[in-house]
Ligand binder design. Structure first.
Ligand SMILES: *[C@@H]1O[C@H](CO)[C@@H](O)[C@H](O)[C@H]1NC(C)=O
Ligand SMILES: *[C@@H]1O[C@H](CO)[C@@H](O)[C@H](O)[C@H]1NC(C)=O
Ligand SMILES: *[C@@H]1O[C@H](CO)[C@@H](O)[C@H](O)[C@H]1NC(C)=O
Ligand SMILES: *[C@@H]1O[C@H](CO)[C@@H](O)[C@H](O)[C@H]1NC(C)=O
Ligand SMILES: *[C@@H]1O[C@H](CO)[C@@H](O)[C@H](O)[C@H]1NC(C)=O
Length: 441
């Protein structure tokens, strides 16, 4: 029924709290300015990580402000450690080094990764560094439980085509399947799929995404099919069908934050209880043990001029404006952009000269993420690089099997206030640390 564009809900979560003084918004009719050319998934302009995964070419300064998207990589990704996961404030776009980029606090537990969400945070997001342009994507996972707590396994493109499995924490028997085209909310696209207990039992959820047909599977059972031919929109004269390269996203996020819209909170079953029996070690959690990806061939008619990246050639943002190229961009620093990938203030010889300082958003998701809600930016260490850096660390690995409740060593997401991490580390869906403040140029 009511549903919420994944990103819209996120934006709501952040807009009440933070948003940089420097924050410039972007969206339909409003492109980012030249200084902060990249429009993030959440509708904010910036540089650095803003120009990587999720950068929206339609609302960025130029089509090439966003870095081209790494092409699909087939594989069986076992999520047993954080070796293949890099925190978003460390990742500069080299997808040959890591397959996953995190925000928030992923925690290793029993040969799987927990997506955690502590009070004061906006949960955890794992996004693939590679994009998929049609393929079969499966995740073995369990969900979280409780009012307002949403677990998600979705595909999302930079122009906001979206294919979802979402799990509302008050309904642990069903998955909600949904799809969107360029972020347009259509209230009739959602459909409940019966699973059986999503919290206690690991199920395999698959999205089989082909140019003509989209299917949702649960434990190999065919649950739903959408045909492109049934999605024709006579107003916009195009198929409202997911058709652009998309990242795989796994997340746990707080739809039931009081600061969110009522519709979002209601959809998620109410306002989150931060003293819930469903929390362990101070956090809600969902678990992902494995993701498999089978890439399909590029669609017939695709413009193929290479094999490394997907690039948009036009602001229509439709399937026929995607090109496959060999243009690869890795940013030199968090001040670089797709237009200016070599920008690196550190490298330039500015020694001695006292130049003005710069404050610019470099990691999308709002200024302090949920981690610092209500607090000041002063809680965010200057130099974003350090702020979430340890989030992906191993501090919080419970070792006993059977229970997360290790007692004593209570370092779960956001429960500790480690220097340079604080509660910021626990935040995230969209997290954090936007300002690499006061860095001398
Ligand atoms: C799915 O089920 C939930 C309750 O379990 C209900 O509130 C919701 O309206 C259903 N959605 C659809 C699309 O049927
Ligand atoms: C058709 O597209 C328009 C413009 O994007 C959108 O506002 C409308 O809701 C769509 N109609 C349907 C039935 O999906
Ligand atoms: C794009 O979609 C149209 C249908 O809308 C289809 O006819 C065409 O072959 C597709 N092109 C590519 C490159 O996928
Ligand atoms: C610049 O150099 C300092 C010290 O070497 C380092 O801490 C910082 O992360 C660097 N900043 C960038 C943007 O590379
Ligand atoms: C936030 O920062 C401002 C200016 O530094 C200060 O006046 C205010 O008291 C701070 N608020 C909180 C909640 O710390």
């Amino acid at each position: 029924m009511v549903r919420h564009i994944f990103t819209a809900a996120l934006v709501a979560a952040f807009s009440t709290t933070v948003l940089a003084a420097s924050g410039v918004k972007c969206g339909p009719g409003k492109l980012c300015p030249a200084e902060t050319p990249c429009c993030s998934q959440y509708g904010d302009c910036g540089v650095g990580a803003f120009c990587l995964g999720g950068c929206d070419p339609l609302f960025s300064h130029q089509l090439d402000s966003c870095v081209p998207n790494p092409t699909c990589k087939s594989g069986d990704f076992k999520l047993k450690s954080l070796d293949d996961v890099q925190s978003i404030d460390k990742y500069l776009g080299d997808s040959s080094k890591v397959n996953w980029v995190s925000q928030g606090k992923p925690v290793v537990y029993n040969d799987a990764i927990l997506l955690t969400m502590a009070e004061g945070t906006v949960g955890t997001l794992l996004a693939s560094s590679h994009y998929v342009w049609y393929g079969k994507i499966c995740a073995k996972m369990t969900t979280s439980q409780g009012k307002g707590v949403v677990t998600a396994f979705i595909m999302m493109s930079d122009v906001k085509d979206e294919i979802d499995f979402e799990f509302i924490g008050v309904d642990i028997e069903n998955a909600q399947s949904n799809y969107y085209s360029q972020g347009v909310t259509v209230y009739t696209n959602g459909k409940n799929l019966t699973v059986g207990n999503t919290v206690e039992k690991v199920h395999e959820y698959c999205i089989d995404w082909q140019p003509d047909e989209l299917k949702w599977f649960i434990d190999d059972k065919d649950m739903r099919t959408v045909k492109r031919s049934d999605t024709w929109n006579s107003t916009s004269k195009r198929f409202d069908y997911p058709q652009t390269p998309s990242r795989i996203m796994l997340s746990l996020w707080p739809a039931g934050l009081e600061s969110n819209e009522k519709g979002t909170i209601d959809w998620a079953g109410g306002v989150i209880d931060w003293n819930s029996q469903y929390m362990q070690n101070g956090y809600y959690y969902a678990m992902v043990s494995e993701v498999t990806v089978e890439c399909y061939d590029p669609p017939s008619g695709a413009k193929v001029n290479g094999k490394k990246t997907y690039k948009y050639s036009d602001k229509a943002g439709t399937n026929d404006t995607v090109e496959i190229t060999d243009d690869e961009v890795i940013l030199a620093s968090f001040f670089a952009t797709g237009e200016n990938p070599k920008e690196n203030p550190n490298a330039s010889s500015a020694s001695g000269s006292s130049k003005p300082t710069q404050s610019v958003d470099t990691v999308p998701g709002g200024l302090s993420g949920g981690g610092n809600r209500g607090e000041n930016q002063s809680g965010v260490p200057s130099g974003a690089a350090s702020a979430t850096g340890t989030a992906a660390g191993s501090a919080a690995q419970p070792t006993n099997s059977g229970s997360f409740d290790q007692g004593g060593n209570n370092q779960g997401s956001g429960t500790s206030l480690e220097p340079g991490l604080g509660r910021v580390g626990g935040s995230a869906l969209a997290v954090v640390v936007a300002v690499l403040g006061l860095l001398v140029l």
